[in-house]
Design a binder for this molecule. Sequence first.
Ligand SMILES: *Cc1c(COP(=O)(O)O)cnc(C)c1O
Length: 353
Amino acid sequence: MKRHNFSAGPCILPKEVIQKASEAVIDFDNGLSLLEISHRSKPFVDVMEKARALALELLGLEGKGYKALFLQGGASTQFLMVALNMLEKRAGYLNTGTWSDKAIKEAKIYDDIYEVASSKDANYNYIPKGYDIPTDYDYFHCTSNNTIFGTQMKAFPDSPIPMVCDMSSDIFSRQLDFSKFDLIYAGAQKNMGPAGATLVVVKEDILGKVSRKIPSMMDYKVHISKSSMFNTPPVFSVYVSMLTLQWLKDLGGIAEIEKENDKKAQLIYSEIDLNPLFKGFATKADRSNMNATFTLANEDLKETFETMVEEAGINGLNGHRSVGGYRASMYNALSLESVGVLVDVMSELERKA
Ligand SMILES: *Cc1c(COP(=O)(O)O)cnc(C)c1O
């Protein structure tokens, strides 16, 4: 049966990437598996360099003073690493969901944090707008896409201070002026590869401004000086991320995938809006193109709907417990056809009910 993977993360990857990755597990370098080679061997050093270069190229940040790193510890480690490397006096955070909230909690270990604005009052179903960013703070932190609640920032402020963004669940999905950001981080497992690596793209000249001592593993400058090889990198995750970035480049880059992502989002949201059996969770203007959150208007249909979903080969549709209902995650590798299958099930339910 053909499966349609709507999982929020770890998520769907392109079939050809999984095929190539599986071949490298068997034979990557003259009979040696990718899983057993030295990370210092030339073939792997080339992989790391290519992955770092592709990330900057796809984001349009080559030659602009940025460095790309593949680190460990997930996006969650970046919550504290950003603060350790950049927080001297005070920082401003935009609180748009569970992940922003966790980032704030970690940064608070080092200093008081100012919440520039928050949508917690409405269970994060919208993105706050019209807030001011204090000019004398160290940095402003935001989350571009709120994976759990299904909201996405459609515009970013012209920040007077360095802007840091958690782009875990929408990096490489849409065109943005990435040079507006001074530091971007993203766990691989949402739109790039398997869990284990976190991409960090940082403008080098914002570093080195805090007075505290930073442990080596937490210091971006240390990782930059060692070309992202200060310690053993997550070899498999970096390799698969490199394959996905190459796949995206061959497709035509972010500009091309964005067109597909727009079509997928239009298809699902028009069904949510037209079908009286479903209700969208996020405010329309702030709806995410990556994670569509919705609930059933009538809970009595739950079993019928979920059986139909399963029979259609749809996987990973359950919503996060803080929203309930359903979440269709439509990352880069998910086809328009798969979204069509889900939409057909939703309209079939309307005919039946
Ligand atoms: C999943 C997610 C995280 C957490 O990532 P880990 O790699 O599990 O630490 C952080 N931020 C956002 C926006 C996410 O979607």
